[in-house]
Design a protein. Structure first.
Length: 236
């Protein structure tokens, strides 16, 4: 089961409306619009619990690019392990689940929906969503030349901004950025953590974009030379 946060809901949306909308994309276990406990009025957001289903994860692509540049051996190991696991699963359950995943990858239904609850750049009208996505990718390419830390932060931010429905993965930015901040400025790390909740819920793309910009503008010398407990290695 996966729980999905749905924000920016009109005040008139009910539990039944939420369930009906998300049932178009899979089996809904429960749908709840959060109401004010005193007035009973909707607070404009809710939660939907759905059964897990195979779906593409385009937010991982920037991480794979980062691994290709800085952790090539680890990427090859992950690909090999994934290939072995896939062959084992095909032998046990057949090809049908994997063919279903390919169909979703080729034509994801949610991309043609009104994108209710999507807080990434894809929720913006064209051409703004495409222009901002290209700008985010450009910034990530700049960060890629600054070292493993800023490149990793930028990769996560781009995945959150460009891929739809990535709000649930926003904690990944905290997990990556806070150790680097704490190593150089505990006060900055505290401020970043304190603004995270408000930034993610009230201004998700703005907050993530701000972190992306920091990965580009902060000097390379400011960042640790290598992530903690990792040994620099020859990417070849």
């Amino acid at each position: 089961m996966k729980s999905i946060f749905v924000g920016n809901l009109p005040w008139s949306v009910t539990d039944a409306d939420l369930e009906a909308k998300f049932s178009e994309f899979g089996t809904v276990i429960s749908a709840r619009v959060v109401s004010d406990k005193f007035t009973g009025r909707s607070r404009g957001f809710g939660f939907v619990d759905m059964e897990d289903a195979a779906a593409p994860k385009p937010g991982l692509i920037p991480i794979l690019v980062w691994m290709l540049v800085f952790r090539r051996r680890a990427l090859l190991g992950a690909i090999a392990a994934g290939a072995v696991a896939t062959l084992a699963c095909v032998a046990l359950v057949g090809l049908d689940p994997f063919l279903a995943w390919v169909r979703v990858l080729r034509s994801p239904d949610y991309l043609s929906s009104p994108m209710f609850g999507n807080m990434a750049l894809g929720s913006l009208p064209m051409p703004w969503s495409a222009l901002l996505a290209l700008a985010a990718i450009g910034l990530a390419l700049v960060a890629l030349r600054k070292g493993p830390w800023p490149a990793l932060v930028a990769a996560i931010c781009v995945g959150l901004l460009v891929s739809p429905y990535t709000l649930a993965y926003a904690a990944g930015v905290l997990l990556v950025v806070v150790p680097a901040l704490a190593a150089c400025s505990p006060l900055a790390a505290t401020g970043f953590a304190l603004t995270a909740s408000l930034g993610v819920v009230l201004g998700f793309p703005v907050w993530v974009a701000a972190v992306l910009c920091l990965s580009v503008v902060l000097p390379s010398a400011w960042w640790p030379a290598s992530p903690p407990a990792w040994r620099p290695e020859d990417p070849s």
